[in-house]
Ligand binder design. Structure first.
Ligand SMILES: [Zn+2]
Length: 517
């Protein structure tokens, strides 16, 4: 693969006449060579995912990650800093252990949710109960005293632990259709029953806690083998844990059959008051136009059921590796190349919104922003983000990237701006040309996104390397581009959903005092 690349470049060099083109190709060749011959991706990935671990906002691990990134950049000769933009509830995960202790002993696979209140070291041991079927909130209120001293199961038990693709492969068509129909009906009935209680996902655990429950047991299956999504707890005093589908289903059936199963839940954690939240910023200063910026963008934080490997460890690796390579292959850029590793994207793009709000002069000087945040796969989609002239420059830059990297990329010009989803939206809202480098899925949505399985082993390093090369070349081309990029906005299309013309999103302020609910 490496040899083929250099051969292509050599052929192109021979056919090219201008000295400028040769210089340009030399930089691109150096970028590719550094990425392939001296890749740091595996080392960075191991240090970040395995060594530091998940990066939930407000945890000591998030702070460790910011400090690690600054030290890395400095070791590469790139000045870096952590910029505080707000505060968050400080919390640290402790030891968790969940066992069934009646009617028999079995250690269970589960995870306390982020920000779950702590149990004592001995934990809490109690009987499990399930929610009753009720016709209205009064009936539910009358039932509520039953939860006193109990652990309450609040999720629907899944009828199958096999993902749909597995059914599709092996089931008869008739039985697959039957399963889906029954599951849909079960879902509808479950949701209707929750509505009948007058409560929702957020208020139900709190009502149970206030009625004297001693813990909440949930299960958020992610529709793959062994995968659950792990988000945050809403309870204030009692622990909230997620159990994997298999264990949750077993316990639910035992409750239904009158076996009165009991669990012991040890879920220790530490509350640490308010702690500062940061973005890590590193810059290679521009030599000709230091006040114009090419921004490499990837959120640094993660949920903490796994280690945040594909959301957004891989985006982080792409941007760090691209910066390292650029510093070697293109040390004196025309424009400033700045990388932003944003905090608290997961709670609402907070770090990037703060950066945009706090740095209007940088936002005005943006030549281009490249953001990556949807997993480990090769970049296969790039949209012009609603910038009318984006084809003229982004198209030109992409043309300089080797075909083997761009051949699968589908482009949409001028495209439409994003209203959220990831940090490029914060820049687009402020009118700065920002683009999402969107990846091939690699089963992202069910297997890794916000799950307990988002770990180092899911990283596909060849694809990440591909993306680091792409990003470095795009940054180089954007930096060298003769003119400042146009920000003219396209006339946006009529929305299929609302039937009204789409409007350009407007900048939103970040949450700067988070987790204080
Ligand atoms: Zn993400």
């Amino acid at each position: 693969m490496i040899r083929k690349t250099s051969l292509l470049i050599t052929l192109f060099l021979i056919s090219s006449v201008s000295l400028l083109a040769q210089d340009k190709d030399a930089v691109i060749e150096a970028i590719i060579e550094e990425a392939n011959e001296n890749s740091q991706l595996e080392t960075l990935g191991h240090q970040l995912m395995d060594g530091i671990g998940p990066r939930l906002v407000g945890t000591p691990q998030m702070k460790n990650a910011h400090n690690w990134a600054v030290a890395k950049y400095e070791s590469w000769g790139i000045p870096a800093r952590n910029e505080q933009w707000g505060e968050w509830k400080g919390w640290e995960r402790g030891i968790s252990h969940i066992d069934m202790v009646h009617p028999r002993i079995q250690s269970l696979r589960g995870t306390q949710l982020a920000w779950s209140p702590s149990t004592s070291k001995k934990g809490v041991t109690a009987e499990l109960v399930i929610l009753p079927t009720v016709s209205d909130s009064l009936e539910f209120v009358n039932w509520l005293p039953n939860v006193k001293g109990k652990l309450v199961m609040i999720s629907m038990p899944q009828p199958t632990g096999r993902p749909d693709y597995n059914w599709e492969e092996f089931a008869t068509e008739k039985s697959f259709e039957k399963m889906k129909k029954e599951r849909d009906e079960q879902n509808d009935a479950w949701n209707q029953n929750i509505r009948n209680t007058g409560l929702n996902r957020r208020s139900l655990p709190i009502a149970l806690e206030e009625a004297g429950a001693v813990g909440i047991v949930a299960s958020y299956w992610s529709r793959g083998f062994g995968v659950n999504k792990i988000f945050g707890a809403y309870t204030k005093e009692i622990p909230t844990v997620d159990l994997e589908l298999e264990d949750y289903g077993m316990l639910y059936r035992l409750v239904e059959s009158g076996q009165k199963p009991e669990l012991r839940i040890v879920a220790e954690s530490k509350e640490m008051g308010k702690v500062p939240t940061f973005n890590t910023i590193a810059e290679i200063k521009g030599s000709e136009k230091p006040d114009e910026y090419v921004i490499l963008s990837a959120h640094f934080d993660s949920w903490d059921g796994g280690t945040g490997a594909t959301d957004n460890g891989t985006g982080t690796l792409v941007m760090m590796e691209a910066m390292r390579i650029l510093k070697k292959a293109y040390p004196n850029p025309k424009r400033t190349i700045l990388v932003g590793h944003w905090g608290s994207e997961e709670q609402g793009l907070n770090g990037s919104r703060a950066f945009v709000e706090d740095n209007p002069e940088i936002v005005n000087g943006v030549q281009a922003v490249f953001n990556q945040d949807n997993g480990t796969g090769r970049v296969v989609r790039i949209s012009g983000g609603g910038f009318l002239d984006s084809y003229d420059y982004l198209g030109k830059w992409l043309h300089e990237v080797p075909r083997e990297i761009t051949s699968e990329i589908e482009t949409t010009f001028p495209g439409t701006p994003a209203s959220g989803g990831s940090d490029y939206a914060s820049f687009q809202a402020a009118g700065a040309p920002a683009f999402s480098l969107s990846s091939l899925s690699w089963s992202y949505w069910n297997y890794t996104w916000h799950t307990n399985r988002d770990t180092y082993d899911k990283i596909v390093f060849d694809d990440v390397r591909n993306n680091a090369i792409l990003t470095a070349i795009l940054a180089y081309m954007a930096s060298e581009h003769p003119e400042k990029t146009s920000r003219e906005k396209a006339v946006l299309p009529i929305s299929n959903r609302t039937g009204e013309q789409l409007e350009w999103p407007t900048p939103r302020s970040p949450e700067r005092d988070g987790g204080q609910n």
